[in-house]
Design a binder for this molecule. Structure first.
Ligand code: MN
Length: 231
């Protein structure tokens, strides 16, 4: 294969205990999946159906990176999330069958230009400038599902410069992992390599240049991101 311009490098995530890496196909994100976060954003959760936005794979950023504070915002927010890695094709799966498609789980950060997301809400326009931000899809190494015990009791937490900002348990999620996969597979032929960020608990807030974000979920590899000076 020859290309007329340089081909972009494929994005991939390390896997705990494996030499091989997990290739990123797509990045789906669930909106408002924790009631307390929905409330802090001025909304409320309903049980009608989950809903989604996407980040392009080009927005991937390895955990442990130092990245510039992004352009076009003065209100860049952290969102700590649990990430599902899809390992087998799944389409129109029942809730009962959906979990079979999971390859593993990881910590993730859905970094967000909150001011640009708010512009989108105010003007009924898409969220891309708020959400599909370069280096904003931070994903820690994936732990294979076979090594992960029951998700519900796991604590999910995030600190900025060592100060705890987000602290919840995965059982606080409005939509469970099988429910999300089942629902999303009604719209997409989910593929190995797809990632699903499952929403953030309450406590989101701004970061500034020089801040170090650290987060964790019980039993998974921790995540970190450091913000450098604006470009
Ligand atoms: Mn999010």
């Amino acid at each position: 294969m020859t290309y007329v311009v340089p081909a972009p490098e494929p994005k991939s995530v390390p896997v705990v205990g494996q030499e091989g890496r997990f290739p990123i196909n797509r990045i789906f994100c669930v909106g408002r999946n924790y009631a307390a976060h929905a409330a802090e954003m001025g909304g409320e959760v309903d049980r009608e159906a989950p809903w989604y936005f996407t980040k392009s794979p080009a927005s991937f950023c390895a955990s442990g990176s130092t990245v510039p504070y992004p352009p076009g915002t003065s209100n860049y927010h952290h969102e700590m999330e649990m990430v599902i890695a899809i390992g087998s094709p799944v389409f129109k799966a029942s809730v009962e069958d959906a979990a079979k498609a999971v390859y593993g789980y990881a910590c993730g950060l859905d970094m967000t230009r909150r001011d640009r997301q708010q512009d989108g809400k105010d003007n009924r326009r898409p969220w891309d400038l708020g959400k599909d931000v370069e280096t904003s899809a931070v994903i820690a190494p994936i732990t294979q599902a076979s090594a992960v015990k029951e998700l519900g009791p796991k604590r999910i937490h995030l600190s900025v410069n060592g100060v705890l900002k987000q602290d919840a348990t995965l059982s606080d999620m409005v939509w469970s992992v099988p429910e999300i996969i089942s629902h999303l597979s009604g719209y997409y032929h989910l593929q190995p390599g797809d990632l699903i960020m499952t929403g953030t608990p309450a406590g989101v807030g701004p970061v500034v240049a020089g801040d170090k974000i650290t987060g964790g979920i019980d039993g998974l590899e921790p995540i970190s991101l450091t913000l450098g000076a604006a470009e």
